[in-house]
Ligand binder design. Structure first.
Ligand code: AMP
Ligand code: MG
Length: 330
C-alpha cells in the first residue's frame, strides 16, 4: 500500500462522484462529495439508511466549516480550538450551500474535522482538487456494527461498491467509537450522542455542568437514537456480573451440547464448561472503546450461539461505550 498514491486515487474518485470509505479516529466513514447529490444519494442506498437521517460533513479546516453554517457562535471557536481535529461533531444552523439530501431535510448541519492522518490528508487534498466537503456516515449497513478495520469494511459493504468507488486503508481507528455530537444550533449546548470526547472532558473544559439529555425524546434525528443500532448478528446480552452468571447457567442447561458461548467481562465467572469461552475485557474505557467493534466483528465471524458482556460501570467515562452496548444488545 502506498498511502500518498491511494489518497490521490481516492481524491479522483470523490471528484468523479464515486464513494470512498476511509479510516478516521472514530470508525471508518463512507464518504461522498457533499456537493454532489447523486453521489450522496448512493450512500443512503448502499447503507440502506433512511433518507431523513442526516450525514456528518467532514472538512479540513474551521474556515471551510464556517462557509456552510448560518450562525457560528463564539462557543464553537472555543470548542473547535480545543477538540478539533478530533472526535467531536458540532451541529449548527445551516445556510443553503449544501444540498438538502445531506442534511436529511433539517435546518441544521453536523460538521467534524477528523484527526486521523489518512482522513485529514484526504480532506486537505480534496479541498485543493474538489469541493473539500465530504459527507460521511459510518461505513456499514444501517443498524449493524460499525467498522474500525479495513477488512471489516470490505466484508460489510465491499460487495455493494463498484470499481468507481474505493476503500482507503489506513491506521486502525484509535478511539473506536463514533464522535461526540454537540448541538450548538439552539443557543444551549446539548450532547446529542456520547462519543470519543467524554462529557467530563467537555464540562471540565468549559467549566459548566452539562445536563443529561434524553435523545429519544426531542433531539433532531440522530440514527444512533433509534433503539436498536450498532447490532452484531449474534445475540448479545449485556448484564451485571451476577445476572450474567444466572443467564449463562440457564443457557448452558438449555443447550446441553450444541451451544457455544462467549463471555467478555472484567473478571471471570465461576462456571466451567467446554461450551463457554471467557476472556477478560479491558478495564480502561478508552481501551475498551477502541476494541469494541473489532471484538464484535470477530465474534460474529466465530458463529457463537450467544455472546455475553459484563455491563461496564455506569459513569461518564463509560457513557459512550454503555450507549453503544445498550443499543447493540438483545
Ligand atoms: P453515522 O451515520 O453513524 O456516521 O452517524 C452520523 C451521526 O451524525 C448521526 O447520528 C446523524 O444523525 C448525526 N447528524 C448528522 N447531521 C445532523 C444534524 N443536522 N443534527 C443532528 N445530528 C446530525
Ligand atoms: Mg453509524
Amino acid at each position: 500500500m502506498n498511502l500518498n498514491n491511494d489518497i490521490t486515487i481516492a481524491v479522483k474518485i470523490l471528484c468523479n462522484g464515486g464513494l470512498v470509505a476511509f479510516p478516521t479516529e472514530t470508525v471508518y466513514g463512507l464518504g461522498a462529495d457533499a456537493m454532489n447529490k447523486k453521489a450522496t444519494n448512493r450512500i443512503f442506498e448502499i447503507k440502506k439508511r433512511p433518507k431523513n437521517h442526516p450525514l456528518i460533513v467532514h472538512v479540513a479546516s474551521v474556515d471551510m466549516a464556517k462557509k456552510i453554517v448560518d450562525d457560528w457562535p463564539q462557543l464553537a471557536d472555543k470548542l473547535a480550538n480545543k477538540f478539533w481535529p478530533g472526535p467531536m461533531t458540532l451541529v449548527f444552523k445551516k445556510n443553503n450551500l449544501l444540498p438538502e439530501c445531506v442534511t436529511g431535510g433539517q435546518n441544521t448541519v453536523a460538521i467534524r474535522i477528523p484527526s486521523n492522518h489518512t482522513a485529514l490528508n484526504l480532506l486537505k487534498q480534496f479541498a485543493k482538487n474538489g469541493s473539500g466537503y465530504v459527507a460521511a456516515p459510518s461505513a456499514n449497513i444501517y443498524g449493524l456494527l460499525s467498522n474500525t478495520r479495513y477488512w471489516d469494511v470490505k466484508r460489510s459493504i465491499g460487495n455493494y461498491l463498484t470499481t468507481s468507488d474505493f476503500i482507503l486503508e489506513g491506521q486502525n481507528c484509535s478511539y473506536g467509537v463514533e464522535s461526540t455530537i454537540i448541538d450548538l444550533s439552539s443557543g444551549n449546548l446539548r450532547i446529542l450522542r456520547p462519543g470519543g470526547i467524554s462529557r467530563n472532558d467537555i464540562s471540565d473544559f468549559l467549566n459548566i455542568k452539562i445536563e443529561s439529555f434524553d435523545l429519544d425524546d426531542s433531539a433532531p434525528l440522530v440514527p444512533g437514537c433509534s433503539e436498536k443500532h450498532y447490532c452484531p448478528r449474534t445475540p448479545l446480552y449485556v448484564l451485571s456480573f451476577l445476572d450474567q452468571i444466572k443467564k449463562i447457567e440457564r443457557f448452558l442447561n438449555e443447550y446441553p451440547k450444541q451451544g457455544r458461548f462467549f463471555y467478555w467481562g472484567f473478571r471471570l465467572i465461576p462456571l466451567k464448561s467446554t461450551q463457554l469461552k471467557q476472556v477478560i475485557a479491558p478495564s480502561d474505557p478508552k481501551e475498551y472503546g477502541r476494541n469494541l467493534y473489532s471484538k464484535l466483528n470477530d465474534l460474529d465471524e466465530e458463529n457463537y450461539t450467544s455472546i455475553f458482556f459484563e455491563s461496564p460501570p455506569k459513569n461518564f467515562e463509560w457513557e459512550a461505550v454503555n450507549n453503544r452496548l445498550e443499543k447493540a444488545s438483545s
